[in-house]
Structures are given as structure tokens and as C-alpha cells.
Design a protein around this ligand. Structure first.
Ligand code: FAD
Ligand code: NAP
Length: 280
């Protein structure tokens, strides 16, 4: 649920600004929350016809100065049952889209192409017992959707969310989401003790430290959680981070005997890039 204390009153905010031209595939922003100077989340109205599988992404954006839509891929962070859509976004200071998108307010419109796609879907995995979500940075977004999907808990006995950021403040969106889930009237009972949250930082003192890759390859995460190492007979994984992260995690998962799958060829793990490019 959005934090109502941070929502601007919608009709007042919209009325205070001059009318803007109606965008193609327009959706209205309903709330915005800034988490750090480089991270924010926002919610928009959901097109009545939009059906998606938790974990998929869509193209969203704003009208560019040349009059053409400026669109980027964004994982839908809300679950498929939510009546609105939520997104979790980076703010790239000179990024063509996010230098502008970071200033959206309730009542504003964004463009949203209602064609969801992606590989981080439960259907792309063979049945298993434990499901690992492995993310860095905004790579958490697809898992913010999947962690709120009852189907995930119907299909797996345990779901382990490993999320790593440089600093603790960058974990807050995910931490608040996980903490809120246990009390969620819709899926709190289903999630119960099945969801295990394992956040880590790499550049600031935190109760769990280290890269996802190191915590998997040294066995630290298995020891901390008191569980056996990954086994292709029982464990499934979904990976979303920078290209370097995805490459390194893939090698570790393959070392455990897991194989990469796809929508058309379900196997033990699936991977998706959280963004294209390696430096801001
Ligand atoms: C499948 C897919 C799903 C995505 N989902 C999300 C999402 O849910 N949330 C989100 O914030 N972004 C997501 N992205 C990235 C997004 O598409 C844009 O790149 C991002 O919004 C920045 O847009 P921009 O035009 O401001 O800058 P761009 O020109 O797109 O990017 C400029 C540079 O910024 C860096 N960068 C871009 N995005 C990120 C990021 N998310 N984290 C760290 N560095 C980044 C890269 O180095 C990139 O070269 C996704 C990308 C892909 C391919
Ligand atoms: N986060 C910030 O405060 C910040 C501020 C300004 C600019 N930037 C720039 O923004 C871009 C993205 O930054 P980001 O922090 O979102 O993403 P990032 O640099 O990919 O780091 C996110 C987390 O992933 C870890 N990581 C990176 N590569 C990995 C790999 N190959 N295997 C396992 N773990 C890995 C990092 O650990 P390590 O710490 O060990 O690398 C960090 O904990 C970078 O180009 C960065 O220079 C970031």
C-alpha cells in the first residue's frame, strides 16, 4: 500500500497546475515517494485492459522535447492483483528520461505502453521447493511484484529475497515492503513464515554485509539461514541486477548445477537485466 502520509491531494495538485496536452497511452500518477537522492517509487492508474504476470516489465515514459515519446523499460513493482501500477526507479542525473521523470507529481500523466513482457516469471521455472530472488539496486523491482503474488507461495515452500546495495538507505523501499507484507490483509497469512529477507550492504556497516555473489559462493547465506546449499533438485532462482552482477551470479548458480531457462524452456533459473549500460 502507498504511504498515505506522503500523498499529495490529487485534485488540488492537479488543479494548481496549467492543463497539459493529453498523452498517448496516458496514465495518471497517484503518488510519489522519494527514498534517496537517487531512488524513488511512484504509482499510476492501471489501464483497464492491462493483464500481466508478476515479474514482467513494460515501456513507460514521457513526451520528449522533439514531440516523440521517450520510453524506457520498467519492471512493474506491484503485484498483478493491484488496482494501480507501482514502479521503483533510479534517478540518473543526466538520464534522458529519469532526469525529468523524477519530478513527476500526483495528477501528472506518464505514457505506459500496455504490452508486458519478460523472463522473470514463475512459468519460466520448473517446479521446486525453494525460490531465490537475487537482486542489486533497482533490480529489486520485479521481486517487489513477485513477493506480493500468492501464486509464488502456492508453488514454493520457501522464498528467499537477497538484495544488495552499496548503502543501507538504498534498501529501504524493499525493507518497508517486506515488513508491511506480514500485516497485509490480502496476503499476510499466505506469506507468513515462507518469505525470508536477506538484505546486505557493501559500502556501509550493516547487520549483513557483502555481495550476493560472495555470500552464495562462501556459503555464508546458507549458514546464516541454517539451510542446505543450493541443489538443482529443489532450488530455483531469479536474477536481476547490472550486467556484471548477472554474469557473476549465473556462473555461481551453474556451479550449483542449476541451468538457465526461459519462458519457452523452463529450467532452474532465469535472468533479466535491471538496466542497460554500466556507468552513470
Ligand atoms: C528489462 C529492463 C527493466 C528495467 N526496469 C527498471 C526499473 O524497474 N527501474 C529502473 O529504475 N530502471 C529500470 N530499467 C532501466 C530503465 O529502462 C532506464 O535505463 C532508466 O530509467 C534510466 O533512464 P534514462 O533515460 O534516465 O537513462 P538511460 O540513458 O536509460 O541510462 C543511462 C545510464 O544510467 C545507468 N542506469 C540506468 N538505469 C539504471 C538503474 N535502474 N540502476 C542503476 N543505473 C542505471 C546506466 O549506466 C545507463 O547507461 C530497466 C531496464 C531494462 C532493460
Ligand atoms: N549507489 C550509489 O550511491 C551511487 C551514487 C552515485 C553514482 N552511482 C553510480 O550508479 C551506477 C549504479 O550504481 P548502483 O549502486 O545502483 O549499482 P552497482 O554499482 O551495480 O552496485 C549495487 C550493488 O551491487 C554490488 N555489485 C556490483 N557488481 C557486482 C557483481 N559483479 N557481483 C556482485 N555484486 C555486485 C555492489 O557491490 P560493491 O559495492 O562491492 O561494488 C553494490 O552492493 C554505478 O555506475 C555507480 O557508479 C552510484
Amino acid at each position: 500500500m502507498p504511504d498515505v502520509s506522503l500523498m499529495t491531494d490529487l485534485p488540488t495538485a492537479a488543479a494548481a497546475r496549467p492543463a497539459k496536452p493529453h498523452l498517448p497511452d496516458a496514465q495518471t500518477v497517484t503518488s510519489v515517494k522519494h527514498w534517496t537522492d537517487r531512488l524513488f517509487s511512484f504509482r499510476v492508474s492501471r489501464p483497464a485492459s492491462l493483464r500481466f504476470r508478476s515479474g514482467e516489465f513494460v515501456m513507460i515514459g514521457l513526451m520528449g522535447e522533439n514531440g516523440k515519446p521517450l520510453l524506457r523499460a520498467y519492471s512493474i513493482a506491484s503485484p498483478s492483483w493491484d488496482e494501480e501500477l507501482e514502479f521503483y526507479s533510479i534517478k540518473v542525473p543526466d538520464g534522458p528520461l529519469t532526469s525529468k521523470l523524477q519530478h513527476i507529481q500526483p495528477g501528472d500523466e506518464i505514457i505506459l505502453r500496455p504490452k508486458p513482457v519478460g523472463t522473470l516469471v514463475v512459468d519460466a521455472l520448473l517446479p521446486g521447493k525453494r525460490l531465490w530472488f537475487l537482486a542489486t539496486g533497482t533490480g529489486l523491482a520485479p521481486f517487489a511484484s513477485l513477493m506480493r503474488d500468492p501464486e509464488v507461495y502456492e508453488k514454493f515452500d520457501q522464498v528467499i529475497m537477497m538484495h544488495t546495495c552499496r548503502e543501507a538507505a538504498e534498501l529501504n523501499y524493499g525493507r518497508e515492503l517486506v515488513e508491511g507484507l506480514k500485516d497485509d490483509p490480502l496476503i499476510g497469512e499466505i506469506v507468513a513464515d515462507k518469505l525470508v529477507y536477506y538484505p546486505t550492504c557493501t559500502r556501509e556497516a550493516f547487520h549483513h554485509m557483502g555481495r550476493v555473489t560472495d555470500n552464495l559462493s562462501t556459503g555464508k547465506v546458507f549458514a546464516d539461514l541454517g539451510i542446505p546449499p543450493m541443489d538443482p533438485a529443489t532450488d530455483r532462482a531469479m536474477v536481476c541486477g547490472s550486467l556484471a552482477f548477472n554474469v557473476d551470479v549465473k556462473a555461481i548458480l551453474e556451479g550449483f548445477g542449476l541451468r538457465e531457462g526461459a519462458n519457452s524452456d523452463p529450467k532452474e533459473f532465469v535472468v533479466e537485466k535491471a538496466f542497460v549500460g554500466d556507468g552513470i
